[in-house]
Design a binder for this molecule. Structure first.
Ligand code: ADP
Ligand code: MG
Length: 669
């Protein structure tokens, strides 16, 4: 039977090798209808102006101005009328009315100028929105579109979204991997930097996990798909950033609420400004011109655009760097954080502890490890996984267990070979049976392990202590630097909240530079500490990774989850996720959030100040209408473009603590 396989070329579109670069500014601009109409309108205006200045016939430049106004004003007029039908008063409509009135009283140049500038600022707005959306979509482009599926009839190139769990996929050298999956055959080095931030390629062989969007090295891999396209790690990243971009900040909601009333106020004031001088005997044209100029300069265009662009730009930029801020509100909170609390295991430490001591009072070391591993087998906790890993590495039997329960922050309990086995925190587990001989024997062992900065875990069988395991975990390489940078960003040294004991925690504290340590905490205690800090007037961020951190995360103003090793519950509860587990991204987002917030404030001040100045000038003196238009629309454009600056990669680099020399060098550009 002939196969229907599509021949695959090495250069096939299915697997672009490099992550896409964002579109150029120019191409973004050209692709938008708003910009095209605005340019046409501007061109016609300039033509009309040239004819007028050259002393050409009036009907010609009048005609040009009118066509220019129609081209540029059509869209705002349409949307303004549509808003009116929904019984809301739109700034667009105010502008079009102002232009029509201006033309009506013979100021056709001013009217056309108003339309041109208004259309231009509208185009800038669309441009800003598109750039932000594009940079979110650039993340989506990380996910490959096509993949080579291996079926009974041979190879087929299919859309990546068509792959289902269990499909076999061939990944050729240099291709991007089409789905999250497990390697079944082949060996290669995979560049996972898009997902994990890890700059060095990781060697993958049978049994290894691979992620959609990562780039295969020089070998060929066959992988079995383990997650559908929409559930892949990269797809979830995109979904989160997209959701965040659809949320509105508190500031914006407040502005939206007052915008309506304000716009109505502007119309009322405009009418008053026209009617009152008229009654006082002013010529109708003078009064009308002043009133219309007022309506233009008092419109809140700049204020409306002040808030969201900087915040959205920041969300998009952070997303590109593996930090997912889940909403605009979270970003606003982030800028206010003045206390940061870190969980210890898995957050400040790498979360891959190793069993370094095995001390038993009743069994052999291997028997103790084997027993503990059997009870820990179903556990998701880093300590539990370490115990199982070590037992397996030593080739010890790991028996199946029944009735497994885990108590976050304490340990696990399970039935192994018909006997009750408990593995967990020595202080808590032994408190019920204090004083018995077996406990007296292990107490000095526990102390010794803790003094060395390691975590002690006791193993009990049928209520009798059998021995102690000592686990050592390395501080994350960037932990100390992060703590310093966070302290600089928030103005206060961070603190540590941990379920582990004080001695072990204090050792780590010395290494990473934290002195305020609250140890021996159960999950609810962590939440209580956060609540107390909030009651004391602080805005608190909690950074954690585990199930045991979820209550505290929910209590904190900003909950941050480590994405790499962290638990699903932690990721769901968090307001922010550090996908690549790079702690040093944390001070960078905090700094960027501060910058965004400062920009919002600056934008609001600029917009409000210009509105006030122009309004006063118009009401007290005589503000020439073209100048009013320029000032007003100019400030709107300025405010809109301001936010875009936060999209630039340089904004992130400047916010990030100096890490690698090349980063610092790039900064100089
Ligand atoms: P942290 O707050 O530092 O992340 P946890 O709250 O997760 O630590 O755990 C606190 C203590 O509870 C650990 O130091 C350990 O003694 C004990 N513990 C928790 N889970 C387990 C487990 N699965 N196996 C053994 N001990 C555990
Ligand atoms: Mg933890």
């Amino acid at each position: 039977m002939a196969t229907t396989a599509v021949p695959v070329r090495q250069s096939d579109q299915s697997a672009r090798q490099t992550p896409p670069t964002p579109r150029s500014w120019w191409r973004t601009a050209v692709s938008l209808p708003d910009t095209r109409w605005a340019s046409l309108s501007t061109g016609l205006f300039l033509l009309g102006g040239a004819v007028q200045l050259a002393g050409g016939p009036a009907p010609v430049f009048w005609g040009l101005y009118l066509v220019c106004s129609a081209v540029g004003g059509w869209e705002p007029a349409r949307s303004g009328l549509e808003a009116l039908r929904r019984r809301t008063l739109d700034v667009d409509l105010l502008m079009v009315v102002a232009a029509v009135v201006a033309a009506g009283i013979g100021q056709v140049t001013d009217g056309a100028l108003l339309i041109v500038i208004f259309a231009t600022s509208g185009a800038v707005e669309s441009f800003v929105a598109r750039r932000t959306a594009d940079s979110v979509h650039a993340l989506l482009d990380l996910a490959p579109q096509r993949a080579t599926r291996l079926g009974p009839t041979g190879e087929h190139v299919v859309d990546a979204i068509e792959l289902s769990v269990g499909d076999l996929v061939l990944v050729r050298p240099g291709e991007r991997i089409g789905a999250d999956g497990m390697v079944t055959d082949g060996a290669s080095e995979v560049d996972q930097s898009t997902i994990t931030g890890e700059p060095l390629p990781v060697v993958k062989g049978p049994g290894a996990e691979v992620f959609a969007g990562t780039v295969n090295g020089t070998g060929a891999l066959r992988i079995r798909v383990t997650r559908a396209a929409h559930e892949s790690v990269v797809a979830r990243i995109v979904a989160l950033v997209t959701e965040a971009a659809a949320t509105k900040a508190h500031t914006q909601l407040r502005i939206d609420r007052i915008e309506q009333r304000y716009s109505v106020g502007v119309v009322v004031a405009t009418l008053a400004l026209f009617v009152v001088p008229l009654l006082l005997g002013e010529p109708i044209l003078v009064a009308l011109l002043r009133a219309i100029t007022f309506m233009i300069v008092a419109s809140p265009c700049g204020v409306v655009l002040a808030t969201m662009p900087p915040l959205l730009a920041t969300i998009a930029n952070a997303g590109r760097h593996g930090v997912l801020v889940k909403s605009a509100v979270a970003l606003e909170q982030l800028a206010r954080v003045d206390v940061v609390a870190f969980d210890k295991t898995g957050t400040l430490t790498a979360g891959v502890p190793e069993v370094v001591d095995v001390v038993s009072t009743t069994l052999t070391g291997d028997e103790l490890l084997s027993l503990a591993a059997a009870a820990e087998h179903p556990s998701e906790h880093p300590l539990g996984r370490a115990v199982v890993r070590t037992a397996q590495a030593r080739g010890l039997p790991v028996a199946a267990c029944q009735d497994f329960t885990s108590t976050p922050g304490q340990g696990v309990t399970a039935v192994v070979d018909g006997r009750l086995v408990q593995v967990g925190d020595p202080t808590l587990l032994t408190s019920t049976a204090a004083g018995s001989a077996d406990l007296e024997k292990i107490r000095p062992i526990v102390e010794r392990i803790r003094e060395a900065g390691k975590t002690a875990v006791v193993v009990m069988r049928d209520g009798v202590a059998q021995g102690v395991l000592g686990l050592a975990d390395r501080a994350r390489p960037d932990a100390r630097r992060t703590v310093t940078a966070v302290a600089a960003a928030t103005g206060r040294l961070p603190l540590m909240l941990t379920g582990d004991n004080h001695t072990t925690a204090a050792r780590l504290g010395e290494q990473v530079g934290i002195t305020d340590i609250r140890a021996g905490l159960l999950p609810a205690d962590k939440a209580d500490h956060i609540a107390a800090l909030r009651t004391a007037g602080h805005t608190v961020m909690l950074v954690g990774d585990g199930v045991n951190d979820a209550p505290a995360m929910a209590t904190a103003d900003v909950g941050v989850a480590m994405g790499g090793h962290g638990s699903d519950l932690a990721r769901q509860t968090a307001d922010m996720i550090i996908v690549r587990d790079e702690l040093s991204a944390l001070p960078a987002v905090i700094a960027l959030a501060h910058r965004a917030q400062r920009m919002v404030t600056a934008n609001l001040v600029i917009a409000a100040a210009i509105i006030t100045a122009l309004v006063v000038w118009d009401v007290v003196g005589t503000l020439p209408m073209p100048l009013g238009v320029l000032g007003h629309e100019g400030s709107t454009v300025l405010v809109a473009l301001n936010g875009l600056r936060l999209l630039r990669p340089a904004a992130w680099r400047r916010a990030a603590p100096r890490t690698r020399p090349e980063t610092a060098a790039n900064d100089m550009q």
